[in-house]
Structures are given as structure tokens and as C-alpha cells.
Design a protein around this ligand. Structure first.
Ligand code: TYM
Length: 324
């Protein structure tokens, strides 16, 4: 059976792009893949962070992932920092990754450009992500388009390592979920919808109330022209709304475009559909938040199971590299 893995960084509240770009594909894949789902708290420390907020967001993210359908009976589910082999493999992989490879990552360039003090860990971020993936013999990595370049790097590192030191790692590939691979902000359809962009008005968070979600959708930027057509290049605002709707309903944006005669009608459908999509997740989330010990037990159990296999994997890598 092939294996899939994905990770979620607790730098902010999970949003619709996370759900449609990665959580849903992971949850659907639990049926016919061995699955591993991580809350990647170490990655959240690659930018300026507050320890209390990180602790709280780690619990929130884990609980929301369970509420959205991650099933610990089918998936190995844990918090990255609870399995120290991630950091050990990270260092070992840094020794087969070049500075140039890390430096040319688009996400590094974009994030570094907005900061005065760039943490060294921001540069080595993709090597930690490669460690997450290569620790587990993963074939497929369901991610949004923004993470494809990082998965490519993990691939390159695996191929290089296997070539130099002997067959050790499965070579992974990214799988993107079609038209929901890059949802954009409602207020700026050229920018990626992100949980920590600082532009809350354009981001549909999974925990937004129905009222807030509806207001955000109605304020979404649309393009000039009245008719509804799917044209991501010429009409990115309308295309984004159609992609959101299509992602929630599992249909195609082109077919859906024909059902609407005005932007207002489209926005009404998007608001209703997003609210109906997140409502069951919010209800389950409220139940799970009332049982924090149960969530903590699930995570502790996942970390315990992961360590067994992670230890063996790191031991093999150490031997291959000449460490005693
Ligand atoms: P993160 O936490 O930023 O995002 C989690 C997942 O959600 C996807 N995503 C989107 N998809 C479509 N449209 C959007 N607007 C959108 N925003 C986010 C992301 O592509 C991602 O799949 N580096 C990763 C976390 C990570 C990881 C891993 C992922 C660490 N280790 C190993 C896969 C495998 C990240 O920052 O994701």
C-alpha cells in the first residue's frame, strides 16, 4: 500500500485553503493509503514566534485536523517536536543539501524579504520538511501548489543520498488537488490565501462564524463585467470564488459558472456553501475542545508509535553516513 504524508504549521488559524488544498485530499486518501499527518510546530519557529501562542495554536490545529476528519485509527497523527528524530534527520540531511538549493526556494525569498532579522531556520526550513517526509518512506505528499518546490527538494535530496550512500529513502512526489491547489485571498485575488498573512478580511478561517464568513464573501473583490465566467487569468476574482465553490462541492468551476447570472448570485452560493462546509467541522471541534485530555492522548499515542519506526530509520541513515 502506498504511503502519504502531510504537515500543517501552527503559525495561525487553519483556513479554507488548508482544507481544500491539503486536509481534504489527505482525509480522502486515508481510505487507500497508509497516512501520516503532522502538526509541524518546529516549522512554526522559523519566523518570530510567541511561545504561549505556539502552544495554543498547536492544540487548536491538532483539534481542528481531527474535527475535519483525520482519523487516528487510520493515520499516524502527532506533533513533530514530540519525535526528536525529525531534528536529527534534519541535521543529517543538511549535510547533503547545498546552500544554493535552500537559498533559491521561492518561499524563503518571499518571507525573508519582509523581515529584518531572518532566522537561519527559515533558510533550512525545506531540509526539515524533507526530513519529515523521508523519515517515513512516503510516496505521495498531498500539498497545495505553494509547497511543491519544497517537495521537489526532498526528492532531489533523496535521489542524491541514495546515489552517494546506498539505497535508503523512498523518493516522494507532490500531489496537488487540481483547481484548489492555490486558493487566493478574497480581497486580493493575486495573493495566496494564507493563515498568517496579516490580512484577515481576505481569508476564510475554518472557525469563522457564519456571519463573518458571509461578510467576507460579500466583500470579495470581483472583476469588471457582470457575467460569471471561469477565466483565472483575465478574471481572477470571480475565478477564485468559483474555485472555492467547486472545491467545497467537488464539481468543476467551468460547469458551475454556467449556473449564475450575476456576481451577487455567485457570492450568495459561495457564502452558503462555505458555511455549510465548515459547520460540521466547527461542531465536532467544539465537542473535541471539551475533551482536551482525549486529544492529548491521541497525540501522545501517535508520537509513541512514530518513534519506533523513526528510530530505526535514523539509525540506518547514521550508518550509511559513517557515524558509529
Ligand atoms: P502550511 O501549514 O502553510 O499549509 C498546510 C497545507 O495547506 C496548503 N495550503 C493551501 N492550499 C491551497 N490554497 C491555499 N491558499 C493554501 N494555503 C495553504 C499548503 O500547501 C499545505 O499543503 N511547509 C508546510 C508544512 C509542512 C509539510 C511537511 C507539508 C512541514 N512538513 C511535510 C507536507 C509534508 C506548510 O507550511 O504548510
Amino acid at each position: 500500500m502506498s504511503r502519504q504524508l502531510s504537515g500543517f504549521k501552527p503559525t495561525g488559524h487553519l483556513q479554507l485553503g488548508n482544507l481544500l488544498g491539503a486536509i481534504r485530499p489527505m482525509v480522502a486518501g486515508q481510505r487507500d493509503h497508509e497516512s501520516i499527518v503532522l502538526v509541524v510546530d518546529l516549522h512554526a519557529m522559523t519566523v518570530d514566534h510567541d511561545p504561549d501562542r505556539l502552544r495554543e495554536l498547536t492544540v487548536e490545529t491538532a483539534t481542528l485536523l481531527l474535527a475535519a476528519g483525520v482519523d487516528p485509527a487510520r493515520s499516524l497523527f502527532y506533533v513533530q517536536s514530540q519525535v526528536p528524530e525529525h531534528t536529527e534527520l534534519h541535521y543529517l540531511l543538511e549535510c547533503v543539501t547545498s546552500y544554493g538549493e535552500a537559498h533559491r526556494m521561492i518561499q524563503f525569498k518571499e518571507k525573508a524579504a519582509t523581515q529584518q532579522q531572518v532566522r537561519l531556520s527559515l533558510l533550512t526550513y525545506p531540509t526539515l520538511m524533507a526530513a519529515d517526509i523521508l523519515l517515513h518512506d512516503v510516496d505521495e505528499v498531498p500539498v497545495g501548489a505553494d509547497q511543491s518546490q519544497h517537495v521537489e527538494l526532498a526528492r532531489d535530496v533523496a535521489v542524491r543520498f541514495n546515489g552517494r550512500y546506498g539505497p535508503t529513502f523512498v523518493v516522494p512526489k507532490a500531489v496537488n488537488p487540481g483547481f484548489t491547489r492555490r486558493l487566493r485571498e478574497l480581497s486580493d485575488p493575486c495573493a495566496k490565501m494564507g493563515k498568517s498573512n496579516g490580512n484577515e478580511a481576505g481569508v476564510l478561517f475554518l472557525l469563522d462564524s457564519a456571519e463573518v464568513a458571509r461578510r467576507k464573501v460579500f466583500r470579495a473583490v470581483t472583476d469588471s463585467g457582470r457575467e460569471v465566467a471561469y477565466d483565472p487569468v483575465g478574471r481572477p476574482g470571480v475565478a477564485n470564488l468559483l474555485e472555492i465553490l467547486a472545491g467545497c462541492l467537488d464539481e468543476t468551476p467551468t460547469a458551475l459558472a454556467r449556473s449564475f447570472s450575476s456576481h451577487r448570485q455567485l457570492k450568495e452560493a459561495v457564502a452558503d456553501t462555505v458555511i455549510a462546509t465548515v459547520r460540521p467541522i466547527q461542531e465536532r471541534y467544539a465537542q473535541l475542545r471539551a475533551e482536551p485530555d482525549a486529544v492529548a492522548r491521541v497525540l501522545a499515542d501517535g508520537a509513541h508509535r512514530a518513534r519506533e519506526q523513526a528510530r530505526m530509520r535514523v539509525q540506518l541513515v547514521r550508518e550509511r553516513l559513517g557515524l558509529r
